[in-house]
Design a protein around this ligand. Structure first.
Ligand SMILES: NC(=O)C1=CN([C@@H]2O[C@H](COP(=O)(O)OP(=O)(O)OC[C@H]3O[C@@H](n4cnc5c(N)ncnc54)[C@H](O)[C@@H]3O)[C@@H](O)[C@H]2O)C=CC1
Ligand SMILES: NCC(=O)COP(=O)(O)O
Length: 345
């Protein structure tokens, strides 16, 4: 049977709906369940000039999905979309799609969720505090999570996510940094198959603080955490100056990078692999992947948006779901050694 993959369309006025249509057109071996408004997808297909066969999801498993088809779990829009013009009246619709996807994953009705981009400001304009899928899913699952963006060549995790720059330093304390590093370490083992991953940790300040002359966060917070975790056996580099951490000679020495804030490292990934990078949430009790880009309101409705990142996100979700299934099977047979967690050591 094909794995049931939940898809959310994100901002109705963005490129998400048409990206779902493009994803449906692939021959990926998945039972795609789009959690969104039926009419929104039908209109997106019409605007792209693509054919789309929509069938209500009855929860049944399928063995084959014809290309160009999707199952749908209809969640109605509050107001019909106008491409390029987000309408805060649809904020509750967007959040309802995320809640259904997360709930369904936690109840094992879906093997994973793949999210298309939403317009964070439009949800805020509706008077709803919201800073991103990552934080929303973490709150629903009541767990600590870490945002990671991964291309085939580079994996970057973030110590802080959607914060104004002035709030970053205060948000990085020893306890949160230790938690974050343990999640990244464990998930590199569990999700990416590294038996003993090497993580490069960036400094916060220019030149990683220049021995305290350009900031003390490296000395007061980051280095002590790294030393503590190294004593537990974790292979950690740093704190490294962020400006040179991504040069080819450095890259040979690590499997992933932990950056201190959103724009410290994501421009590196997006400038070299915008069409191949996937955003994933580490630490959740379910698999969530997403695109690396935003709602591209300038392209919405044109049918010109590139679906590559969404397709890569769906492929990664399928790979991770298959890995999780085989780990559960090994566990049931008493064969699983467990991954190399250092959390409790
Ligand atoms: N996972 C999510 O839900 C994310 C949501 N966003 C949201 O997106 C909104 C807009 O963000 P921006 O910074 O403008 O970034 P953006 O990624 O939407 O657009 C930046 C540029 O890249 C182009 N672009 C983006 N995706 C493309 C695609 N698939 N094919 C071709 N061109 C593409 C756009 O046309 C634009 O020129 C923000 O309000 C933010 O909240 C941003 C990142 C991730
Ligand atoms: N730049 C990545 C991003 O903003 C995605 O956030 P999220 O909605 O996946 O939490």
């Amino acid at each position: 049977m094909l794995p049931r993959l939940a898809l959310t369309a994100g901002e109705p006025a963005g490129i998400g709906p048409e990206l779902l249509v493009r994803l449906a057109a692939t021959s990926l071996a998945a039972n795609f369940i789009a959690i969104t408004d039926r009419g929104l997808l039908a209109r997106a297909a019409e605007r792209c000039g693509a054919s789309l066969q929509l069938t209500d999801d009855d929860g049944a498993d399928i063995e084959v999905r014809p290309a160009g088809s999707l199952r749908i779990r209809h969640i109605p829009l509050a107001a019909q979309e106008v491409p390029g013009r987000p309408d805060p009246r649809n904020a509750s619709h967007v959040l309802a799609t995320l809640s259904e996807a997360a709930q369904g994953c936690m109840e094992r009705r879906y093997a994973a969720v793949v999210t298309a981009p939403l317009q964070k400001a439009s949800i805020n304009d509706a008077g709803i505090p919201f800073s991103g899928h990552t934080e929303f899913f973490a709150a629903l699952a009541q767990t600590d999570v870490v945002m990671m963006l991964a291309s085939p060549e580079l994996r970057v995790a973030l110590a802080t996510t959607h914060l104004p720059l002035h709030a970053v330093s205060a948000a990085i304390d020893a306890a949160s940094l230790e938690r974050t590093l343990c999640i990244v370490y464990d998930e590199l083992c569990a999700k990416f198959g590294y038996p003993d991953p090497r993580i490069a940790v960036l400094g916060l300040n220019p030149h990683a603080g220049e021995n305290g002359h350009l900031g003390r966060e490296e000395i007061d917070t980051i280095t002590p955490v790294l030393e503590k975790l190294r004593q537990r056996g974790m292979r950690l580099l740093g704190p490294l100056p962020a400006d040179t951490a991504f040069v080819p000679t450095q890259r040979q020495h690590y499997d992933a990078v932990l950056a201190m804030y959103h724009d410290q490292a994501l421009p590196v990934l997006k400038s070299e692999a915008f069409d191949r990078t996937v955003n994933l949430t580490l630490g959740l009790p379910f698999i969530r992947t997403s695109v690396d880009h935003g709602t591209a309101l300038d392209l919405a409705g044109s049918g010109k948006a590139d679906p590559s990142s969404l397709i890569a996100a769906a492929k990664m979700a399928l790979d991770l779901a298959a890995r999780a299934e085989s780990s559960i099977a090994r566990d049931a047979n008493g064969e699983d050694q467990g991954h190399n967690s250092r959390k409790s050591s």
